[in-house]
Design a protein around this ligand. Structure first.
Ligand code: SF4
Ligand code: SF4
Length: 336
């Protein structure tokens, strides 16, 4: 369904969502970077930005969270306090980019294939995503090489595309989006069908992720993995900013008679990520870890979860301290 949301109605829309009990996340300038934060005041939302430092991943997959707590009773029986979906607030995310919306779908595929990850599912089900299309891009963006574009609708409940006068062409895409529309019906006006493409950022196509997917069937032992990874220091920054990276560790913190188990982000780029208790490490060197990163995103995930694990946001290149550029590496693979 297509609607029009006037710029002048956005603040009322925001206040309505607050009144309706929603916790709202949106991009905010923290003084140095644009980050998705809980927003209490509409004026704090930044609309004019290209991409946030972190994606919205953290809202559904926190970098650290307790899975359960336990307490030993006087008779040594253990009382377990499991994760409860009731602890998750109804949340609305405003202003993420279309690539990040698809990143959340990649996480959903990972966390809900085979055995569903209860905390992820609870957070996902209670979160609605009002995405805003990109009207600007930067040199590291390559969504169009990843099967997407600056106005992709996948993963969004409502997609807003900025048009003339700062108004928004609103695509209502899911049941969650329809519920938001119905609860704020007076603010969404009728809109004619328009060609939204003329408002979108132009992002050059640099390679084809489907060709990468095919190539990976034959280049596992190619020297390119060593060549590409020589700079990599295994810091893991690329995984932490990636909207589609889902590596995590599970650890226990025991305080004697009580404690908790927690889950925290991890990275396949870390040297000890795959180390076995015996001391053997099947990915001993960085080239094997870099190869794993590319294979997981472009070969294993499409085969197993039917989604690519890279949405072309370019954040890994933005943050890499040694200037590893995934887009250039993928172009190299594309040309092999
Ligand atoms: S951010 Fe750069 S140096 Fe750090 S692990 Fe990723 S590719 Fe390697
Ligand atoms: S691998 Fe890099 S470009 Fe691809 S989605 Fe992750 S951070 Fe973005």
């Amino acid at each position: 369904m297509i609607k029009l949301l006037k710029k002048s109605s956005f603040e009322i829309f925001f206040k309505n969502l607050q009144t309706q009990g929603k916790t709202i996340y949106a991009p905010k300038n923290n003084g140095k970077k644009i980050e998705f934060s809980k927003i209490d005041n509409f004026a704090d939302i930044v609309f004019d930005y290209i991409k946030s430092n972190q994606s919205t991943k953290e809202i559904v997959f926190p970098r650290y969270h307790k899975v359960f707590r336990y307490t030993k009773q006087a008779d040594d029986t253990v009382v377990l306090q499991d994760f409860s979906a009731d602890s998750v607030p109804e949340t609305v995310v405003i202003g993420q980019r279309p690539c990040d919306a698809v990143g959340i779908l990649a996480l959903k595929a990972i966390f809900e294939t085979d055995i569903a990850d209860k905390p992820f599912t609870a957070r996902f089900n209670k979160t609605s995503f009002i995405t805003i299309s990109c009207t600007k891009s930067d040199e590291n963006c390559f969504c169009t090489s990843s099967g997407l574009n600056p106005g992709s609708t996948e993963g969004s409940d409502i997609l807003l595309t900025p048009i003339e006068n700062g108004d928004y062409y609103a695509e209502i895409l899911t049941e969650k989006g329809t519920k938001i529309l119905e609860a704020n019906a007076s603010l969404f006006e009728d809109s004619p069908e328009i060609d939204k493409n003329k408002y979108l950022a132009k992002v050059e196509v640099r390679f084809d992720n489907k060709i990468i997917h095919e190539k990976l069937n034959t280049i596992f032992d190619h020297e390119t993995w060593v060549e590409q990874s020589l700079q990599c220091i295994g810091c893991g920054a690329c995984a932490y900013v990636c909207p589609a990276c889902a590596c995590f560790d599970i650890l226990d913190e025991d305080n004697g008679r009580s404690g908790f188990r927690y889950k925290c982000w991890d990275s396949c780029g870390f040297g000890n990520f795959t180390i076995h208790t015996s001391g053997h490490n099947p990915r001993e060197v960085q080239s094997q870890r870099w190869r794993q990163r590319i294979y997981h995103k472009f070969s294993y995930m499409p085969k197993r979860e039917h989604v690519f694990g890279c949405v072309g946001c370019g954040r890994c290149t933005d943050v890499c301290p040694v200037n590893m550029n995934i887009m250039e590496h993928l172009q190299t693979i594309n040309a092999l």
